[in-house]
Design a protein around this ligand. Structure first.
Ligand code: HXC
Length: 257
């Protein structure tokens, strides 16, 4: 365990809090901590959804360049698996996730945000993949998830140039979903996922898996994934509760567990 990443649970929402001032640079300790926090958030029944937050000033300015500077090729062959593990752990979290982006989300920090289902940004936030300026490329999924999110032309613009985009441009190209005043970022992000607390958790989990896995395969295979997950939900209490609530003409949302 590390103090640099904490899972704080309140009101059914888990906040994965990055806490390594001044820039939340992602060193190996914080990368391991992220994997552990994601695992804990996935397992805990009192966590329905997750907000990733770096505090009021900065989301994360990327991998720790000072740590990486002395690494050799063989060091990086070993370390690069971890770089992808922490964003994979986040992307694979079977619950809704949202990044609450203040200040900078650069390099690995932008890749953390990309691994969430949605991104809320402060109106003065800056996002980007500046790795090219260090003579490298994004290594925590940035070339893949950014291109899938904003399309190949925009992804190439950002990755080839390393330029930062401001919140308004990020919103226009679909890199973020909401832009709000900096002081409202965390509350807005929580608000986006609050609806999932006390909701049909297995159906949400199946929906996320169907969409994410489906995006990686041909339509026929995607439909097969959907079919299997759809049928599987008939084994859940949520499915029985939801349908019975409708048939009984229940008022308001169904009383899911
Ligand atoms: C290590 C970092 C850092 C980083 C900032 N710092 N970013 N240290 N790794 N990624 C440190 C600075 O060295 C400085 O330390 C302190 O934080 C404050 O930063 P300043 O540069 O003085 O602040 P400012 O002028 O406000 O500029 C902020 C900034 C800039 C625009 C965010 O720091 C910056 O460009 N950072 C690097 C961004 C980047 O290239 N990220 C990609 C990293 S590679 P001292 O000791 O001098 O006070 C990457 C690869 C991904 O992410 C691979 C998978 C994870």
């Amino acid at each position: 365990m590390t103090d640099l990443v904490r899972l704080e649970v309140e009101g059914g929402i888990g906040t994965i809090r990055l806490d390594r001032p001044p820039m939340n640079a992602l060193n190996a300790e914080i990368q391991h901590g992220l994997v552990a926090a994601c695992r804990e958030a996935a397992e805990r029944r009192d966590v329905a959804a997750v907000v990733v937050y770096g505090g009021e000033k900065v989301f994360a300015a990327g991998a720790d360049i000072k740590e990486m500077e002395t690494m050799s090729y063989t060091d990086m062959v070993d370390h690069s698996a971890l770089l992808q593990d922490f964003t994979k752990a986040l992307a694979g979290l079977p619950k809704p996730t949202v990044a609450a982006v203040t200040g900078y989300a650069l390099g690995g920090g932008c890749e953390v945000a990309l691994a969430c289902d949605w991104r809320v940004a402060a109106d003065d936030a800056k996002l980007g993949q500046p790795e090219i300026t260090l003579g490298i490329i994004p290594g925590a999924g940035g070339t893949q998830r950014l291109a899938r999110l904003v399309g190949p032309a925009k992804a190439k613009d950002l990755v080839f140039s390393g330029r930062f985009v401001d919140a308004q441009e990020a919103l226009a190209i679909g890199l973020v979903d909401r832009v709000v005043p900096a002081a409202e970022v965390y509350a807005t992000a929580r608000g986006l996922v609050e609806r999932y607390v006390g909701g049909p958790a297995y159906a949400v989990r199946a929906a996320k898996e169907a969409i994410d896995r489906g995006l990686e395969v041909d339509l026929e295979t995607g439909l097969e994934i959907e079919r299997t997950l759809f049928a599987g939900l008939f084994a859940t209490r949520d499915r029985a509760t939801g349908m019975r609530h409708f048939v009984d003409k229940g008022k308001g949302p169904a009383p899911f567990e």
